[in-house]
Design a protein around this ligand. Sequence first.
Ligand SMILES: Nc1ncnc2c1ncn2[C@@H]1O[C@H](COP(=O)(O)OP(=O)(O)OP(=O)(O)O)[C@@H](O)[C@H]1O
Length: 488
Amino acid sequence: MHDTTKHLCTVQQQGDVSGALHPTKESPYCGQNNESISPTMTTETTWTRSSSCGGWHAEVSVRPTSASNLESIRSWWRNYFRSGQSESMDINREGEIDMSPLPQDIRGACIRATLTGDDSTFPVSFSSVNTIPCDVHVFILREEESCIEELQPTVGDDEWTAGCDNLSLPHISLESVWESLIFESEVKRQLLSHAQSALLFSDKRVSSHIIQWNRMILLHGPPGTGKTTLCRALAHKLAIRQCHRFPRTTLLEIHSHSLFSKWFSTSGKLVSALFQMIRDMVEDDPSSLVCVLIDEVESLAASRSNTSSNGDPTDAMRAVNSLLTSLDRLRHFPNVLVLATTNLNGSVDSAFVDRVDLKLHIGLPIAKARYQILRSCIQELIRVGIVHCSDNDTQGSDFPTYEEIHNQGEHKMDVSLSITEHYGVLLSKCAQQAEGLSGRSLRKLPLQAHALYTSSDSKLEDGSLPLEHFLEALFLAIKNDVEARVGL
Ligand SMILES: Nc1ncnc2c1ncn2[C@@H]1O[C@H](COP(=O)(O)OP(=O)(O)OP(=O)(O)O)[C@@H](O)[C@H]1O
């Protein structure tokens, strides 16, 4: 149950129908492989074709200082998978590959290699890794701080600026964020698959008179459910997965609020000016992918029916009109993707919603997702030594998964539970108690539990808290948080 190295059960994953995008000039930051390694069918392995980006991907992060050429690192990994040596590869629950058996120059160049499925479900079971169709993506994580693209104010106000954040991807600050987000099974796969298909259609010059798509995605749902983070993580993931097609990727995050000017009628002009700047970027470098994130889009695309009935000035309406016109102009460029979020559903202008290709509702986490989120918090606290597990077998990465508890532990009599299953059952109770809480709230609770519901008497000599005691404190923190919300 707690084997951290090898998982030898059945693989059920999508077969790869790789988008076969044409490689363009190689970036100093990225290299990839479009070729798939043919799956060898085994009795244990089921391949189903369900998406254009399905399958397994080896994501190999390389040191910025590496002297090796990215293309040669990629070829090396590809051959490694082909040669069958990967059969003896050790992979932990997070899909990270143990690099110690690899030659020193490759091991020295790579920071880490991760084997990841599109729904990022781990632990993964492999009968043998070399039977997996595997695209290899080699990249360097960027470390530069984001910069702000500023617009010159069109009306005289020295202190006022408008603009957006500009972050080069893949970026170290977004490393593992995609994997840390836990949703119902299909959400991440759908998003990634949709974005890749939309880029493929543009690349293949599918006639827009026959098939229409705008490369616009809208995530909507309650606050704190991870919409903004998911958009950033999607852009980061695309920078890795699409690096053969787009050697450079940029994330532009629009500051919607800064586009509303105190000067009469300037908001519309500002929106136009900002999108003109984005168009210039997109046009200047066709081999770079630009992901535009409009967070809380309702503040920029407020429903015009509401603004007029509220008697708001026409400035807001001009801003919406200007946004719609700007988006229509932007859609002609194949290398731009617009990601928008809102938690106020009815208040986004219907013409904006109509332009969106994919609208995804991101709901509050279900029991399984709540368990996984809390489990990741426990793992982190064990890793840093704030929580201590007396059972040597239950180190952070071995904490039971939801499936392990619900398929086995739950049905066992209390006395027959192993100590790890017992911890899993306690965590499962916390997850049930946390019904109605967002992912953001869940991630805040471990601190509250530690600060308010643990006693210093329970601390061990090294200052850490026994896991069981911490899980009890977590339950109390959740219970009180849920009760405090009633009536709010
Ligand atoms: N499903 C989830 N899985 C894991 N972590 C989550 C999840 N949902 C939210 N979180 C955590 O909450 C943080 C805040 O989420 P984020 O700001 O992206 O939510 P949001 O939906 O955009 O909220 P708002 O609508 O209030 O802006 C995330 O960075 C993440 O750490």
